[in-house]
Design a protein around this ligand. Structure first.
Ligand code: GDP
Length: 172
């Protein structure tokens, strides 16, 4: 069986403190820190997942969520094959923020960009403010993936990257 290695640029977008850096650290190093250092500008990491007969190598740009860095975002999503837009299931403002990132990506990102919405902090179920139904119907209307994740306990983190990999064009 052939095993091609396909490289894809992937960007994480979303409000500050929704858990973007923690999701990346969980995916790349399988670790979690309660006091993750804030990202300045953007951070770059790589990780691979196996998808059918291809190895998908993600080149991951984790962007800072603060408003003052927003104008830098196009530099990171330009040319990205995939984008993970993260919100915090306990924070309705972050869901509104995620919707505005999705809109921006659909208007100004690559026309074929695969967008995945990640409702993070699933371990805080008792404090949930955004229902699964609300997020899922939004994702469906917009033709994007949606997964509920927890960087803290690892729920769905690898699945998020695997589901995206399934949708990426792995041409020989
Ligand atoms: P970013 O600004 O979006 O990159 O957010 P960070 O990754 O820096 O995380 C912000 C805060 O949320 C940190 O205190 C993390 O420990 C916490 N956090 C991140 N992911 C989770 C999660 O899945 N569950 C819980 N309970 N806390 C999380």
């Amino acid at each position: 069986m052939s095993n091609r290695v396909c490289h894809f640029k992937l960007v994480l977008l979303g409000d500050a403190a929704v858990g973007k850096s923690c999701l990346v650290v969980r995916f790349v190093r399988d670790e979690f820190f309660e006091f993750q250092e804030p990202t300045i500008g953007a951070a770059f990491l790589t990780q691979t997942v196996q998808c059918e007969d291809a190895t998908v190598k993600y080149e991951i740009w984790d962007t800072a969520g603060q408003e003052r860095y927003r104008s830098l975002a196009p530099m990171y999503y330009r040319g990205a094959a995939a984008a993970i837009v993260v919100y915090d299931i306990t924070d309705p403002d972050s869901f509104a923020g995620a919707k505005s990132w999705v809109k921006e990506l659909q208007r100004r990102g690559d026309p074929n960009v695969i967008i995945a919405l990640a409702g993070n902090k699933a371990d805080l179920e008792q404090r949930r403010k955004i229902s699964q139904e609300e997020a899922e119907s939004y994702a469906e209307e917009n033709g994007i993936l949606h997964l509920v994740t927890s960087a803290k306990d690892g729920t769905n983190v690898k699945s998020l990257f695997v589901e995206i990999a399934k949708k990426l064009p792995k041409n020989p």
